[in-house]
Design a protein. Structure first.
Length: 78
């Protein structure tokens, strides 16, 4: 069974830790990309803030390329 991770600003993702989510605080574009690259292979669902999603899309990371082997990405509403 896989795990769940969240990437984004501390104020938006910190509370998810209470539900057992692995929180990766990323306050800058570089930090968002670094957090994405460092996701453990056990992660099956990644929750990202809307701002982090925009960064990942602009960077054309694997988050924006369909692939059944990568985690499912859920974008939090603003």
């Amino acid at each position: 069974m896989g795990t769940v991770a969240a990437i984004g600003a501390r104020t938006k993702v910190a509370g998810l830790a209470l539900a057992g989510v692995d929180v990766l605080v990323a306050e800058s574009s570089e930090a968002v990309c670094r957090a994405w690259r460092q996701l453990p292979s056990a992660v099956r669902l990644v929750i990202v803030t809307a701002e982090a999603a925009e960064v990942l899309k602009a960077a054309e990371t694997a988050a924006t390329t369909p692939d059944p082997s990568r985690p499912l990405v859920l974008v939090m509403p603003r």
